[in-house]
Design a protein around this ligand. Structure first.
Ligand SMILES: Cc1cc2nc3c(=O)[nH]c(=O)nc-3n(C[C@H](O)[C@H](O)[C@H](O)COP(=O)(O)OP(=O)(O)OC[C@H]3O[C@@H](n4cnc5c(N)ncnc54)[C@H](O)[C@@H]3O)c2cc1C
Length: 317
């Protein structure tokens, strides 16, 4: 069943989570371990992030720098397929504009289709590390709504090569990202919402939000979506604080605020372990409140470790 059908057929909020593919050179067992801790809570589906190629520089013995293009976490679609068949669960690989041509995107979508994967989260991707501006591939997409259109075209049997005849339509259910605290590059919230609407009008069936620590921001965003004419389900993205440095790092990385009460509680902690406990408590409280507010789903960012998510889900659902 697709994500949107699961949302429509559910009486309560869905529990879902996101995993990163293991770092290159490491075993798929790392992902299985994280899933094993959460599978008893019957997740409705699992997302898998995609990581574009990165440019790195390595010093050669002669002192000159050698440029290397490498992907640190390859294998998204293969991992998603392995998990789908091992656990008999719906999987949602992420697919990016950045770093991919339209042709490469089409090929990945064909692979997913052959593997029986019909759900996808469409994203633009961030600018390359060390740069401020997003630069698309020469034959790639600049904004996510274009990527959504490409997938919808395939759902209508329309591939990039227009001379193909008698094509088989795909049946992808597409999710897109939303930002309760505005996407960092958007000049203001309303403009960001208009672009979010454009992604939905292009064919996205639901929205998953960036992480947030203040529920009132999510609830305002949900209201603003409605006012803007965005009428698809909005799934709340949550990440528990997991160490002392998260309150500094997460705002820098994800352009989100950490509320004062949470900052004060973390500042009282002496160890990462204590901070992790505070994180569990805070996200459990957020989850309970959001369930009361009738959210269609709670989506947890695990970043590979899931023991804290297990405790939150146990406490909240
Ligand atoms: C749930 C979730 C999962 C994610 N997973 C991944 C992942 O797996 N891999 C990864 O690399 N990144 C991931 N990201 C990060 C994401 O790629 C970045 O946040 C990225 O900067 C924006 O992606 P987007 O799809 O929201 O872009 P877009 O919707 O294209 O928006 C990007 C910016 O452009 C603006 N914009 C949109 N449309 C237009 C237009 N037509 N004209 C002018 N401006 C426009 C928007 O206002 C926004 O400021 C994830 C984010 C979320 C919330």
């Amino acid at each position: 069943m697709s994500v949107i059908d699961k949302i429509k057929n559910s009486n309560g909020p869905l529990f879902t989570f996101e995993l990163l593919p293991p770092l290159k050179g490491h075993s798929i067992d790392r992902a299985y371990k994280a899933i094993d801790r959460l599978i008893e809570f019957q997740p409705a589906y699992i997302n898998f992030t995609t990581h574009r190629n990165e440019i790195t520089y390595r010093e050669r013995p002669d002192g000159l720098l050698e440029k290397r293009v490498t992907r640190l976490r390859p294998g998204t679609v293969a991992l998603a397929a392995a998990v789908k068949y091992k656990y008999n669960i719906t999987v949602v690989p992420h697919i990016l504009c950045g770093g991919f041509t339209k042709e490469e995107t089409e090929n990945v979508l064909i692979e997913m289709n052959f593997l029986g994967i019909d759900d996808v989260l469409a994203l633009r991707g961030d600018p390359q590390r060390g740069t401020r501006t997003f630069i698309p591939e020469k034959e790639g997409h600049t904004h996510t709504y274009e990527l959504v259109k490409q997938i919808i075209n395939m759902n209508h049997g329309k591939y990039l090569e227009e001379t193909l005849v008698d094509t088989t339509p795909t049946d992808f259910c597409i999710g897109v990202a939303g930002y309760p605290e505005k996407h960092v590059e958007a000049p203001n919230m309303q403009t960001d919402l208009e672009y979010l609407k454009q992604k939905v009008e292009a064919g996205a069936s639901y929205i998953v939000t960036q992480m947030f620590f203040d529920n009132s921001k999510f609830l305002r965003f949900r209201d603003e979506c409605k006012k803007t004419g965005i009428n698809v389900p909005v799934i709340a993205g949550l990440k528990p604080i997991s160490n002392l440095n998260d309150i500094n790092l997460l705002p820098q990385t994800f352009h989100i605020d950490v509320p004062n009460d949470l900052v004060s509680a973390i500042r009282k902690c002496k160890t990462d372990k204590e901070a992790r406990e505070v994180g569990i408590e805070w996200t459990t409280m957020q989850s309970k409140e959001l369930i009361k507010e009738g959210v269609p789903g709670l989506h947890y960012y695990t970043l590979g470790r899931s023991d804290n998510i297990a405790r939150i889900v146990k406490g909240a659902f």
